[in-house]
Design a protein around this ligand. Structure first.
Ligand code: KET
Length: 410
């Protein structure tokens, strides 16, 4: 017997809006104009605007093929060799939290999956706790906490007047939150603003978090991409660890190893005892099992090979410096073009001060729409442009578009 369906049982399912970041790439693909430029998603491109597979990744994959590795399931917590090196990369191999076995690390589905698993953990074990996120932040943070049913509120972060950090607002809001909140912090290269606290400011942020008994929750998606140095970019996390905090860190290898589609990252929970670490890890595994059972192996093997081999590790650092350096070069070129071409006297130096993959231009939604509609430049509607998707030769065109949109659209 066949079932004939005239009215869909899914009639009540409404159309979801396009994703504010990944939806931009979809719109870009549909545009046939030759001038089009995709500065939406934070994904590194070469000067020729082509995707880039790192040489160390190719070398690691060659090794993996030669070894003829199998495709058996990984354990729920992921590849042991990956979990070891990923925690060491983050905290430093000689860090006491590693030596004392106080970090619960499990491989996650890149940064997003790791954040989502941690959010599920918070919901299960701290059902009354709230998450605090920066205003603005990476848009998906809100979705992640919403779907995990973790209530959240925002702390002030960006001050449009100074185009810098609203440090006093940030500290006041963290202080005003209920004791024991989870404070989401961007380890480095804050997305979307490109503005990080200074070392002194990080110390003060740690002071209020400690005073309020909050739990720091770091999102580290750009280790190596802010300064070009993996160690320098782990400064904030290592500072909090050295002060004895228990904390969470979600890691991603999408950007720094260019492994976007491999979905490789980790969640690390630093605990005050190895015993607590063991229990936390067991519960993370329990949460992961019904969600996705166990993680994929390919990206984990790449990371384990690159980070775990001194030669490949050094080569990686050089390639990362190259990528970070290219972004710094387009940043400077864009700034020069903006300040030379704009005769209004506007100060564009914020472009130079911001760090990481992005520039937060200050263009509002209508101006960002104009960038796309007239100039075929695709960017997120909060005024963020990904400099990782920009070439030196396109800087002048981009500067013209920004100046036009800034002055001619209200
Ligand atoms: N945290 C932050 C701050 C972040 O910017 C991203 C990705 C992620 C986590 C997650 O990345 P994953 O590939 O799941 O490890 N940001 C870029 C891509 C995206 O939106 O998914 C972006 O902002 O363009």
């Amino acid at each position: 017997m066949t079932v004939s369906v005239n009215v869909s049982r899914f009639e009540g399912v409404t159309m979801a809006p396009p994703d504010p970041i990944l939806g931009v790439s979809e719109a870009f693909r549909a545009d046939t104009n030759d001038l089009k430029l995709n500065l939406g998603v934070g994904a590194y491109r070469t000067e020729e605007l082509q995707p880039y597979v790192l040489n160390v990744v190719k070398k690691a994959e060659k090794l993996m093929l030669e070894r003829g590795e199998n495709k058996e399931y990984l354990p729920i917590e992921g590849l042991a060799a990956f979990n070891k090196v990923t925690a060491e990369l983050l905290f430093g191999a000689d860090n006491s939290v590693i030596q004392e076995g106080r970090v619960a690390t499990i491989q996650g589905l890149s940064g997003t999956g790791s954040l989502r698993l941690a959010a599920a953990f918070i919901q299960r074990y701290f059902p009354d706790a709230k998450a605090l996120i920066s205003s603005p932040t990476w848009g998906n943070h809100k979705n992640i906490f919403n779907d995990a049913r973790v209530p959240w509120s925002e702390y002030r972060y960006f001050d449009p007047r100074t185009v810098g950090l609203d440090f006093d607002g940030m500290v006041a809001d963290i202080k005003a939150a209920p004791d024991g909140s989870f404070v989401l912090l961007h380890g480095c290269a804050h997305n979307p603003t490109g503005i990080d606290p200074t070392p002194e400011q990080w110390e003060k942020i740690a002071d209020v978090i400690q005073e309020k008994n909050h739990i720091p929750f770091f999102d580290v998606a750009y280790q190596g991409f802010a300064s070009g140095s993996l160690d320098a970019d782990a400064y904030s996390i290592r500072l909090f660890v050295s002060r004895g905090f228990e904390l969470l860190v979600a890691q991603s290898y999408s950007k720094n190893l260019g492994l976007y589609a491999e979905r490789i990252g980790a969640i690390n929970v630093v605990c005050s005892s190895s015993d607590a670490g063991t229990r936390v890890k067991s519960q993370l595994k329990r949460l992961a099992r019904p969600m996705y059972s166990n993680p994929p192996v390919h990206g984990a093997r790449i990371v384990a090979n690159v980070v775990g081999d001194p030669n490949l590790f050094n080569e990686w650092k050089q390639e990362m410096e190259l990528m970070a350096g290219r972004i710094k070069n387009v940043r400077r070129r864009l700034y020069e073009n903006l300040s030379q071409k704009d005769k209004s006297g506007k100060d564009w130096s914020f472009v130079l001060k911001q760090i990481g993959m992005f520039s937060y231009t200050g263009l509002h939604k209508a101006q960002s729409d104009h960038m796309t509609d007239k100039w075929h430049i695709y960017m997120t509607k909060d005024g963020r442009i990904s400099l990782a998707g920009l070439s030196l030769s396109k800087c002048e065109y981009l500067a013209d578009a920004i100046i036009d949109s800034f002055h001619n659209v209200n």
